[in-house]
Design a protein around this ligand. Structure first.
Ligand code: SF4
Ligand code: SF4
Length: 343
């Protein structure tokens, strides 16, 4: 099996960056990392997860969709789209890798979102196993194996480097000019590393989290549960949980008049915001309780109902780490599951 020594990572990425743009996680402040364009000798973060997910590469926070200009009394349509450059995102964890399948179900079903499709067609996902999963991780609750992530190439991490398994044609093509940096090693080391990751996951505090109380067809049982009131009571509607979430995909579209032309932008939105569902005829979700309930019902009931049972959460734990009032999907799941047992 191919192996990349830790000491050769910089040479490997430098050579890879000659063929396509590479993005790697970089530590920006203690315990906070973000994806940035790789430059030679850039120290790659040793941390587990970036603060924001790799979703940004395919569904950016702000995007100019189209423009309009009046020319000779006619409306000229300005298409800002260009063919996207080839790129690769290095160090994506199993949870985020699974999130792309969820986003694909939204953006690649008819009518296809060609902005997203363009980026997906040009981006390779280089995933990494989780050597030190965090106490906030619960991807296994959603059937994700952090020792065997999806992706174009899987990097199985060990103390001195990574076993490398290309999983797609794109992954194999990526590795072809980089063979000189790889050595041959017995695959026993990869199996040991995977086993250690799985053992660690079993010992984490959220290892036993169950999804049995949720899924398609549970709307009637869960929608009017009284616990929504206390769960949502302290929520300040900041939207942080939706912005760090790799699977949240709501957006708003607005036109801006620049004086010379009109530009239409798509920006992330949040179901936690009070004007999210505001329409000319009024707002169907008037309280934070209704907005809060929507976020969790969508991930745990509506999404699986419409997508063959797949949940809209990948257990990345970002919302556990970032909510200013320490509310999160795990507390919602535990509270509603416990209440269900008592009923
Ligand atoms: S809901 Fe929370 S744990 Fe689930 S994918 Fe989104 S940020 Fe991660
Ligand atoms: S649950 Fe937390 S992070 Fe999400 S909107 Fe409410 S206060 Fe903000």
């Amino acid at each position: 099996m191919k192996f990349l020594k830790r000491t050769d990572l910089d040479c490997f990425l430098t050579a890879a960056a000659e063929h396509r743009t590479i993005y790697v996680p970089i530590d920006e402040e203690p315990n906070k990392s973000a994806y940035r364009r790789y430059k030679p000798r850039t120290p790659v973060s040793q941390g587990l997860k970036t603060t924001r997910s790799a979703k940004d590469f395919f569904f950016p926070q702000t995007e100019n969709l189209v423009g309009f200009r009046i020319e000779d009394k006619k409306i000229k349509i300005l298409d800002p789209r260009t063919e996207h450059e080839d790129f690769a995102v290095f160090g994506v964890r199993a949870c985020d890798a699974r999130s792309f399948g969820i986003l694909d179900k939204v953006f690649l079903s008819e009518p296809v979102d060609t902005y997203y499709q363009n980026r997906r067609a040009h981006g390779l996902i280089l995933t990494m196993t989780c050597r030190r999963p965090a106490e906030t991780c619960f991807c296994t609750a959603f059937g994700i194996d952090p020792a065997s992530p999806e992706g174009d190439i899987v990097f199985t991490e060990t103390a001195d480097g990574w076993y490398i398994e290309p999983k797609t044609e794109g992954g194999r093509d990526f590795l072809a000019p980089l063979e000189e940096f790889l050595e041959e090693r017995d695959e026993g080391g990869a199996e040991e590393a995977k086993a250690r990751t799985r053992e660690t996951m079993e010992k984490l505090p959220l290892a036993g989290l169950k999804t049995d109380s949720f899924g398609g067809g549970k709307t009637k049982e869960l929608f009017d549960r009284p616990e929504w009131a206390s769960l949502s009571e302290a929520c300040i509607g900041c939207g942080t949980c939706t912005f760090v979430c790799p699977t949240c995909q709501c957006y708003d579209i607005r036109d801006y008049d620049t004086g010379r032309e009109v530009r239409r932008f798509r920006c992330w939105d949040s179901c936690m915001y009070s004007d999210f569902t505001k329409m000319a005829g009024g707002n169907p979700r008037l309280t934070q309780k209704e907005r809060f309930r929507q976020r969790f019902m969508h991930k745990l009931v509506y999404f699986p109902e419409n997508n063959g049972g797949e949940f809209g959460c990948v257990g990345c734990g970002r919302c556990l780490a970032s909510c200013p009032i320490h509310m999160n999907i795990v507390k919602v799941m535990k509270t509603l599951s416990e209440g269900q047992d008592e009923q």
